[in-house]
Design a protein around this ligand. Structure first.
Ligand code: PRP
Length: 208
């Protein structure tokens, strides 16, 4: 069995669509249900749908052999996995954003609201700038509006959320996209199969 962890939602749906076309179909996935694990025993495939931020945990622990996860999650955590392929979609940027009229006060630490404290700390450490991190779990854009923070470090895709909340990008920290990852031991034992899956995903992406 090859165990594949996909993020629940749009990204997972897209990746499953590519894998299905590439010969890794699991018809159970198409049935309307609340199931989270889907098997195609004759093809030796088992898909699991997990929270996007948990994919790398399943793969690192070997509960899944491979998975698809955003680079934001990989950059924020420390996962002992192989990052095999940049899938080239789910593209966005990790950015520093703030109110349009924001001016930094150099006399005190910058108050940064984010779901990504590690990325934020690394970025400001590189600038030699002291910060106070305020860890939030979502709707980060509200923080500067209510004076909870000076800036946010968050993902910007279309920029729509920032615009509608009168915020703007001040710095781009890093580009983000979906990555195909593998458990290290799985890769040792099922490397050929995993490589062929990666190659087919790459092909599909290139012919798009
Ligand atoms: C993400 C991110 C931004 C938004 C950016 O939030 O945190 O809020 O998408 O997308 P845009 O630039 O296309 O507007 P998500 O939808 O994951 O929800 P969250 O509030 O739970 O973080």
């Amino acid at each position: 069995m090859l165990n594949i962890a996909l993020p629940k939602g749009r990204l997972g749906d897209k990746v499953y669509g590519l894998l299905e076309q590439a010969g890794f179909a699991c018809p159970e996935m198409k049935e309307e249900s609340r199931k989270l694990v889907f098997e195609n025993p004759s093809a030796g495939l088992r898909y699991m749908l997990v929270k996007p931020s948990d994919v790398a945990i399943y793969v690192a622990h070997g509960a899944a052999d491979v998975g698809v996860v955003g680079k934001d999650i990989l950059a924020e955590g420390h996962y002992d996995i192989y990052e095999l392929l940049d899938l080239g979609f789910g593209r966005c940027h990790m950015c520093v954003a703030a109110k349009e009229d924001y001016r930094e006060d150099p006399g005190r630490p910058v108050r940064v609201a984010t779901k990504f404290p590690h990325i934020a700390k690394n970025y400001y450490r590189g600038l030699n700038r002291e910060i106070e991190v305020i860890k939030l779990n979502g709707s980060i854009e509200i923080a500067p509006l209510l004076g909870l923070s000076d800036v946010i470090v968050d993902i910007v895709e279309t920029g729509g959320t920032l615009k509608e909340n009168h915020l703007k990008v001040f710095e781009k920290i890093m580009p983000i996209s979906a990555r195909f990852i593998a458990n290290k031991a799985s890769y040792r034992f099922k490397g050929a199969l995993i490589d062929s899956m990666a190659a087919k995903l790459q092909e599909r992406e290139e012919t798009k």
